[in-house]
Design a protein around this ligand. Structure first.
Ligand code: CMC
Length: 428
């Protein structure tokens, strides 16, 4: 293939270089077009625009491929644990035993949050959504570690911030839940693994023993792995763009948490369960809900269906659907919502509207059913997504910094009023 693309606009022809990735994806580099003409490109929602070059995650939406640093998601979900995957995403290679032990050890020893942060929790209304609390708390961490605000700090200081974030997010997440229940906070326990510690902080009560079920630990670990990164999605791009102004890592991740919250992104997992419950309450008339989703005058969408990139299937959804069956089976739970989800999927997958648009169940369609089986309340589902996505956000931020990427600053086509003179208020 030629190494240039030719763009003809009126009389003028511009030669634009092509850039190709390791999986042969090709892009037209329009960076120099500005210098040669005043013309910009426009693509709302960045539907066909690359914002960076990245070596972290590869996905092919047509073939349903997802790989972290080259490793297929199916292998990682089956064989790795979340700490290994976090290390892989952030540092680029799978850790050896010593590297993993050191990494895990460091994270284990930063799980406590400053006692003063408890007062912040107390100030929130009990009904506060835990994602709102989480986003603020993550940003608040920066105030306890002012040195993290120096954009020129060395790599060991950055590593410390990375480890603190990985260590403290489960504590903040579990405490936001405890706060909503008006239950006492449970402190992190350093002899427990990452998922065990989180479950203990969520569910242990001072009045009774809490036994951590290995089935639940394994299921949670798998879910976190499946959510750990997904290249330049809404929240990852947010983290990169906030970080590109040299805002500190805590502030950048907090912005990522906020971006994730929306129902079109990570908030879909909560929205799916609420939708399935509503369908059940309504008597289970699937066709009525499918018709609503197809009706352009009705804002309702089939939550957990469709994806910007996957137009054939979402490989994470395949793994999660099977995991949902396994977990419910192992825990002896019969959740009617799982059957409802399967029936809805079957009907939607045969429907011309969904087929023609390449709309398939995404990662969030079945994840809520597993979270529910693990005892996690619906409002916490998106927090669980954030826990999983944290290493991905960190990796994206780190790569952006290491690549020395310029500040993110898109252009626009202005459609407002032309120049006009100010009119005093008496004459309007
Ligand atoms: N239900 C009904 N119609 C849909 C749906 C849906 N869930 N998703 C897309 N469509 C239709 C849409 O109306 C449009 O139709 P038309 O071409 O006739 O105008 C067409 O499909 C293309 O949709 P789009 O909105 O242009 O696609 P997008 O790439 O901008 O949006 C999406 C992707 C995920 C936001 C969207 O599919 C959606 O809203 N899904 C439901 C929310 C959801 O499950 N989000 C979780 C995504 S996976 C987790 C994550 O990583 O964030």
């Amino acid at each position: 293939m030629s190494e240039h693309a030719k763009l003809t606009i009126g009389e003028n022809e511009y030669e634009l270089p092509l850039t190709t990735g390791t999986e042969n994806e090709t892009a037209i580099d329009i960076g120099k077009l500005r210098g040669q003409s005043k013309i910009i490109t426009i693509d709302p929602g960045f539907k066909n625009t690359g914002s960076c070059k990245s070596a972290i995650t590869f996905l092919d939406g047509e073939k349903g491929i997802l790989r972290y640093r080259g490793y297929p998601i199916e292998q990682l979900a089956e064989k790795a644990d979340f700490m290994e995957v976090a290390y892989l995403l952030i540092y680029g290679e799978l850790p050896n035993k010593e590297q993993l032990t050191t990494f895990h050890d460091s994270i284990t020893h930063h799980t406590l949050v400053h006692e003063d942060m408890k007062q912040f929790f107390e100030a929130y209304p009990r009904k506060a959504h835990p994602m709102g609390i989480l986003a603020s708390m993550v940003c608040s961490l920066s105030t306890f570690y002012p040195e993290s605000q120096d954009p020129n700090r060395g790599s060991s200081a950055v590593d410390l911030t990375i480890h603190r974030l990985l260590a403290k997010l489960p504590t903040l997440a579990a405490w936001s839940y405890k706060h909503s229940k008006s239950h006492p906070y449970v402190y992190p326990q350093n002899d427990l693994g990452y998922c065990e510690n989180f479950l203990n902080m969520m569910f242990k009560m001072p009045t009774e023993e809490y036994e951590i079920d290995p089935v639940i630990v394994n299921a949670l670990d798998k879910l976190l792995i499946l959510h750990a990164d997904h290249e330049q999605n809404c929240s990852a791009s947010t983290v990169r763009i906030v970080g590109s102004s040299q805002a500190n890592l805590y502030a950048s991740i907090s912005a990522g948490v906020s971006a994730l919250w929306g129902p079109l992104h990570g908030g879909a997992n909560q929205a799916v369960i609420e939708m399935l419950e509503a369908i059940k309450e309504d008597g289970g008339d699937y066709q009525k809900w499918i018709a609503k989703a197809k009706d352009k005058n009705d804002p309702f969408r089939l939550m957990g269906f469709g994806h910007r990139v996957y137009k054939n299937f979402d490989p994470r959804a395949r793994i999660i659907k099977k995991a949902a069956d396994d977990v419910l089976d192992k825990l002896g739970i019969n959740d009617p919502v799982l059957d409802l989800a399967k029936n809805l999927e079957e009907i939607a997958l045969k429907d011309e509207y969904f087929v023609a648009r390449g709309l398939y169940p995404n990662v969030d369609f079945y994840s809520g059913i597993i979270y529910r089986a693990l005892g996690i309340p619906t409002e916490m589902f998106t927090v669980m997504f954030a826990l999983g996505r944290l290493p991905g956000w960190i990796a994206q931020w780190k790569e952006m910094v290491e690549n020395g990427e310029p500040i993110g600053r898109p252009r626009q086509i202005y459609t407002g009023a032309n120049a006009r003179d100010y009119v005093s208020i008496d004459n309007r």
